[in-house]
Design a protein around this ligand. Structure first.
Ligand SMILES: Cc1cc2nc3c(=O)[nH]c(=O)nc-3n(C[C@H](O)[C@H](O)[C@H](O)COP(=O)(O)OP(=O)(O)OC[C@H]3O[C@@H](n4cnc5c(N)ncnc54)[C@H](O)[C@@H]3O)c2cc1C
Length: 466
């Protein structure tokens, strides 16, 4: 059947949720990675309901049309980019919280709920959902699930996978399936929920999620901020804190270039602490009943590692310090076009990875300001494209990719991974097999084919030639 027939059917069945207007489609050509397709996608469905998603998938599969699932488009791997000939299924408008069951500590939500909006709805119940990406004010819960998002609180509270109990998912042919359990435990059958989390829209479209919540602690949070002469010393302090068995709620590290960029960005914001002149900055939060004792232990370990710790006066000051850390992305955007990388290494190898980043920065002549969720060994080296270096808009010059490849190889040699939380998307697909090896890559492809035999769900994402 011809593509025009499919567009007619989509328009007839989906009414105003369907658009083929080039102006409306232009926004789908990119995401927050900055990678941009030269073409415009075929069309888009702005789904209002599960039925809309099912209709879109049924028509797409009957016509063999590729489909790109999309939440808020804040992804940093190009996964939600609407490529040529694709139908974008945008679920951002499916944004209702369907149920909160405080006694069972669960919430059932649609995929388009913005992460911060969910937090606001849960707070009066004394509950919270732990996934805490720095993009929480703009990303969706469905996108967090599809990327298995991390953030500042993962070291203690885990990544998104640890906080999802069940999913409703529309498969490639439009069938609706439900995976997982409403119960805390449940081991019937394969754990398809875990498999779907982090599958980056290649196995199905999440239309509903049952989330595992936590109760808010009433104990005060303790925040310690510390300056260090060098980033390698700060990384050693961070490794010593985790090696001492202290499970910090947040353990964040910023190198000198990041401190300078954030300082410049926040210069005009009243009341924000200054990071000027720091060789590196470590931000630690402890929470729960042991927060005060753990905070003091952290202070001692920082001093022993050559840092200068300061305890935040109160929770408001602690929150301001977290805001400083969350300002890293917009601060780097001010430096020019940036490739935001996302490697992770075992926590004891953080000093070695930071030392390697300094070497790679010098070797390729690129500034690489780096921040890290140090508590879980996840680093974000930001490769800044020097002004005047020729490249097509929406792409990165070869030297940037060469430096990124050196970072990936080092991380893997240190026992780490290509991506700690942002996903593979388009930008890392050519290195997938280097990390997984041929057997696991082939097995992953067979799993993809079992879910999506025609290969219409997000083709060209995760796998090089899907
Ligand atoms: C300033 C900034 C800070 C960030 N900080 C963090 C951070 O700390 N930690 C972190 O992990 N990420 C971070 N990110 C990246 C990004 O916000 C996350 O990956 C987020 O989870 C993406 O959500 P989204 O709704 O924007 O998804 P999108 O960008 O729309 O999509 C991301 C991927 O998920 C798929 N997808 C989206 N919705 C669905 C669905 N309902 N069903 C199936 N597939 C779907 C898409 O196809 C795509 O592959 C940051 C981004 C920015 C811009």
């Amino acid at each position: 059947m011809a593509v025009p027939d499919a567009l007619d059917r989509l328009a007839a069945e989906l009414g105003p949720a369907f658009t083929a207007d080039p102006a409306a489609l232009a926004a789908y050509r990119t995401d927050k990675s900055g990678w941009t397709t030269p073409e415009t996608p075929l069309a888009a469905v702005r789904a209002r309901s599960t039925a809309d998603v099912q209709a879109a998938m049924r028509i797409a599969s009957e016509h063999g049309i590729p489909v790109v699932p999309r939440g808020a488009g804040t992804g940093l791997a190009g996964g939600a980019v609407g490529t040529a000939g694709a139908l974008v299924v945008d679920v951002a408008a499916m944004d209702r919280v369907l149920e909160i069951h405080a006694a069972d500590e669960i919430a059932i939500v649609q995929p388009g709920v913005v992460t911060d909006d969910l937090a606001a709805v849960l707070a009066p119940h004394g509950l919270w959902w732990p996934p805490d990406p720095a993009s929480r004010a703009i990303s969706t819960v469905g996108g967090n699930i599809a990327t298995n998002a991390g953030g500042l609180l993962c070291a203690k509270y885990g990544v998104t996978r640890e906080s999802v109990l069940a999913l409703a998912v529309v498969l490639a042919d439009g069938t609706l399936v439900r995976t997982g359990h409403r119960t805390v435990k449940g081991v019937t059958g394969y754990d398809l929920t875990a498999l779907l989390i982090g599958s980056e829209g290649t196995l199905g479209i999440v239309v509903e999620a049952t989330l595992k919540l936590r109760r808010r602690s009433t104990d005060p949070v303790v925040t310690v901020a510390a300056g260090f002469p060098t980033v390698v010393e700060a990384a050693a302090a961070s490794a010593a804190i985790t090696a001492a068995g202290i499970r910090c709620a947040a353990l964040e590290l910023l190198d000198a270039a990041s401190c300078a960029a954030i300082d410049a960005y926040l210069a005009d914001v009243p009341g924000m602490p200054s990071l000027a002149g720091r060789g590196a900055f470590l931000l630690v939060q402890t929470d729960g009943a042991a927060a005060a004792d753990e905070g003091l232990a952290v202070v001692r370990l920082i001093e022993a590692a050559g840092g200068v710790p300061e305890l935040a006066a109160d929770e408001a000051e602690g929150e301001r310090l977290l805001q400083v850390r969350r300002s890293a992305h917009p601060a780097f955007e001010r430096l020019g076009q940036v490739l935001i990388e996302d490697v992770a290494v075992p926590r004891t190898r953080l000093p070695a990875m930071f030392a390697a980043i300094e070497r790679i920065s010098a070797e390729f002549g690129l500034p690489i300001p780096t921040v890290a969720h140090a508590g879980d060994g996840n680093l974000h080296p930001n490769l800044v494209i020097p002004p005047g270096l020729p490249h097509e808009p929406g792409t990165y010059p070869d030297v940037v990719w060469d430096a990124a490849e050196a970072l990936f190889r080092t991380a893997i040699e240190l026992g780490g991974t290509l991506t700690g939380e942002h996903g593979v998307g388009v930008l890392k697909r050519r290195w997938l097999e280097d990390e997984l090896g041929p057997e696991v890559t082939a097995l992953s492809r067979r799993i993809k084919a079992a879910f999506d035999p025609q290969g219409i769900l997000n083709p060209g994402k995760v796998f090089l030639d899907a």
